[in-house]
Ligand binder design. Sequence first.
Ligand code: 5GP
Ligand code: MN
Length: 341
Amino acid sequence: MISDAQIQQLSSLLQGKKHILIFTHVAPDGDAMGSSLGLQHWLNRNVQGIEDVQVVVPTPFPPFLAWMPGADKVLVGTMQEAEIQAVASRADLVFCLDFGEPKRVDALAGTLTSLTCPKIMIDHHTSPDEQMADLVISYPAAPATCFLVLEMLNKMPIPGAQLPYETAVAIYTGLMTDTGNFAYNSNNPELYEMIAQLLRAGINKDEIFDNVFNQYSVDRLRFTGYCLYHKMRIFPKYHTALIALSSDELRRFNFQSGDAEGIVNMPLQIGAIKYSVFIREDVDKIKMSFRSQGDRPVNEFAREVFNGGGHVNAAGGESHLSLAATVKLFEDNYQHFFKRD
Ligand code: 5GP
Ligand code: MN
């Protein structure tokens, strides 16, 4: 997907750089962490003259990604603001991975946009903000940002460059999580050529699956049961399922960041359900997740009604109304965007 011209631009932007900063999106997922850490390890191994590569995330990553090589050195916006300002002030090159607009780095948006050094965006979301970076590598058809990062690394004209084991692990994590363990967005044959490359680089894919998907707490699994048994509402005419949770309900299950990951996909296991919506009351806003199957876009709905966006079949948004008013806003609008048949 990535053109030779883009690779050339990237190589020249890298020339002589010493302090590299990698930003990724709020509530980082496996693709955000995987693309960032994967690139960090690769640059450290292969590019002469680099003194430091720092990964920065706006909010904490979930516990099921804490095992990733290098995760312990990631700076978190909500906890290490002073450290982030310090590294930002000396950065001479910035990568923006897995997001296409400043808003997606939350409270770090001001820091990011005020940096004057060159910026490179690598992303697979629709409608990237072309002003955000000097080099925009945006391919919404890519199954994951990790796919684009590995393609880019494979094309970099650095003699003797090697794929570090840590990069292979990180990239596989992003490919696996962004495709629901290769259940969707995963028909690209090159994806499987990449997996073969990563296996040859020494990854244990079964172990990575176990690290990410088999590490739930008791509370988390009971929370899933509660969502499906007590909270799921079905709107049969529009093949839609809705789960909405208040902050009190989240507290009952000792809700941690990342605990909702994947639950929104579950109603799609029902034959007749083609749209799934998950709404939860966060500290300062209502967070919404939208999923769909096939030719049923949810990103337009997310953008127009809930100030969000994302992919055709996976999008997110937010609301600053009450939970009840947010659910009402959803109920008043979804028929205009969702298909009946
Ligand atoms: P999730 O439901 O997992 O939070 O997000 C699903 C997808 O939509 C992800 O690819 C995520 O990057 C994107 N997304 C989530 N929230 C927003 C948002 O507020 N704005 C935009 N543009 N994309 C979002
Ligand atoms: Mn992604």
